[in-house]
Design a protein around this ligand. Structure first.
Ligand code: CA
Length: 258
């Protein structure tokens, strides 16, 4: 067990006060935990600090939104059942705000909240974890999601133009006919993956593995939900994502001559 002496002097604080503490250097990933079970908050806070995160906490949805706007977290852990706003609504608001729309959100859900889980993905959550969960596994999951969002270091800025569709991987921006399309971090990754492998069929399993990142207990219909939403957002360019019946999806090359 690593000795955690640098953190040991920190007093145990009430969750409402905890987010005011800036714990580590600016290079630490910033995590916001929105959860009303205070015991769980303390456990998560402790473990993520040990793991080198700067941790902010909120015990209600509105507080979570306020802290997200103020602190600009790198990732949000979001409970679904909150005392004021439901987690689903909090996620929707985070994804609607230009400042936080690309911030990954991991939903914390009680076992059996099947419907909520699907809704969570439909509103742009990047991952979910079912309670009770292993904190160690959650730390790994958070790191995996953060890695997925990192800019591709070393590679030149990549701007792909396919017909009226422009994808700027560096800036995380997508335009269709000159109009910006706002995508969640996960939708962007899904689109970029399909485009990078255009003209090749991608099975749902491949997409789950490469876009969602871990071998999760995610159902393949989750992909269908995201593809549907992505197509809708892309408008005219949405038809470039072709369904290959019984197999998966393929990005058609379109007319690359623009
Ligand atoms: Ca709760």
């Amino acid at each position: 067990m690593p000795n955690a002496s640098p953190n040991r002097h920190r007093p145990v604080t009430k969750p409402e006060d905890a987010h005011a503490q800036v714990v580590s250097t600016s290079s630490s990933p910033k995590l916001l935990i929105v959860e009303d079970e205070t015991d769980l908050v303390r456990t998560l806070e402790y473990n993520f600090r040990q793991a080198g995160f700067e941790v902010h906490t909120a015990t209600s949805g509105r507080e979570g939104l306020r802290i997200a706007a103020a602190k600009g977290p790198d990732l949000v852990l979001l409970d679904l059942m909150l005392p004021d706003l439901q987690g689903v609504e909090v996620c929707r608001l985070l994804k609607a705000d230009p400042k936080t729309r690309t911030t990954p959100v991991i939903i914390l859900t009680a076992r059996g909240e099947e419907v909520d889980r699907v809704v969570g993905f439909e509103i742009g959550a990047d991952d979910y974890v079912t309670k009770p969960f292993s904190v160690r596994e959650l730390v790994l999951r958070v790191r995996a999601v953060l890695r997925r969002g990192e800019p591709s270091s070393g590679r030149p800025a990549e701007v792909v133009k396919l017909g009226q569709l422009t994808i700027d991987s560096e800036a995380h921006r997508v335009h269709v006919e000159g109009r910006e399309v706002l995508l969640t971090a996960l939708e962007f990754r899904l689109l970029r993956t399909l485009v990078q492998r255009r003209d090749r069929v991608q099975t749902r399993e491949t997409l789950l593995n490469d876009v969602w990142g871990l071998n999760l207990n995610v159902e393949t219909r989750t992909i269908d939900t995201h593809i549907k939403r992505l197509r809708e957002k892309l408008g005219k360019a949405g038809s470039l994502i072709e369904t290959v019946r019984g197999v998966g999806y393929r990005f058609g090359a379109a007319d690359e001559s623009i």
